[in-house]
Write a protein that binds this ligand. Structure first.
Ligand code: SF4
Ligand code: SF4
Length: 246
């Protein structure tokens, strides 16, 4: 018999609360644009399996969800599914956890450029303190370095985006100097940003917060800001479920 560690059951408990009401799917902005998007409810359910140490197909599942053009990288972080869910499942948070596992734990670099795009944002903010928009597109397509822009895939995307970029420059919506060289923030601020990265990257374990289980910061205040309309947090202990004993 394999006894699932307590912390692993706590980790997947949040997704198990889903009642398949479809409220998150109805409110999902990505689904309006791409009706084939797997969607917040199904992706939250996917974490139920990917977060379970007894599942032997984590890599395959994560690769499928990453490589699928309608998979985990289709989510736009709009937060609507979190607001809509009556059970506190926080589907978007589960999608982000799937991404972290896919990109960081399984090193899956998907054909949709989703992981590279995320990596690019992280690198640019570390290096500049703010997003360097002109570097975003070439790095996301051509590779996360200054040389990414010379990759054929990046060049193709840059050329195809010219009809949007040129009018934006002509109308003064884009500052050419900032576009070329990026934003400059004071050195003390940039150092502060780098310190945050150093602290987070220096941790041996990644902190995965499961708010459904651990509750809100102040559990004595049931009407704390943001708590309206959500289920009260469960007890800290992981529930006895069919899954735990099977
Ligand atoms: S956060 Fe993502 S999954 Fe949730 S509603 Fe927005 S686009 Fe859809
Ligand atoms: S809104 Fe919440 S409970 Fe309803 S389907 Fe989505 S995740 Fe499940």
């Amino acid at each position: 018999e394999y006894i699932v560690p307590h912390e692993n059951m706590v980790d997947v408990t949040q997704t198990m609360a889903c009642i398949q009401c479809g409220a998150c799917v109805s409110d999902c902005l990505a689904m309006e644009v791409d009706p084939l998007f797997v969607g917040p409810a199904a992706l939250a359910k996917a974490y139920r399996f990917v977060g379970d140490p007894r599942d032997a197909q984590h890599g395959e599942r994560l690769r499928d969800l990453s490589e699928d053009p309608h998979g985990i990288y289709d989510c736009t972080h709009c937060f609507n599914c979190i607001d809509a869910c009556p059970k506190g499942v926080d589907p978007m948070s589960q999608i982000m956890r799937l991404r972290r596992k896919a990109g960081s734990d399984h090193d899956i670099v998907d054909r949709n450029n989703g992981h590279r795009h995320e990596d690019t944002i992280v690198t640019l903010i570390r290096d500049y303190g703010l997003l360097h928009e002109a570097e975003m597109l070439p790095r996301s397509y051509g590779g996360n370095s200054w040389f990414g822009k010379f990759h054929p895939a990046a060049a193709k995307e840059l050329v195809s985006s010219l009809p949007s970029i040129v009018p934006a420059i002509l109308r003064g919506k884009v500052n050419l100097k900032i576009a070329m060289f990026g934003h400059k923030i004071p050195k003390t601020d940039l150092d502060a940003v780098k310190r945050i990265y150093k602290t987070v990257e220096g941790r041996s374990d990644r902190n995965e917060l499961n708010l459904y289980v651990t509750g809100y910061e102040d559990e004595d205040e049931p009407h704390a800001e943001g708590a309206e309309g959500r289920e009260p947090p469960h007890e800290q202990s992981a529930p006895e479920t069919e899954a735990q004993s099977s």
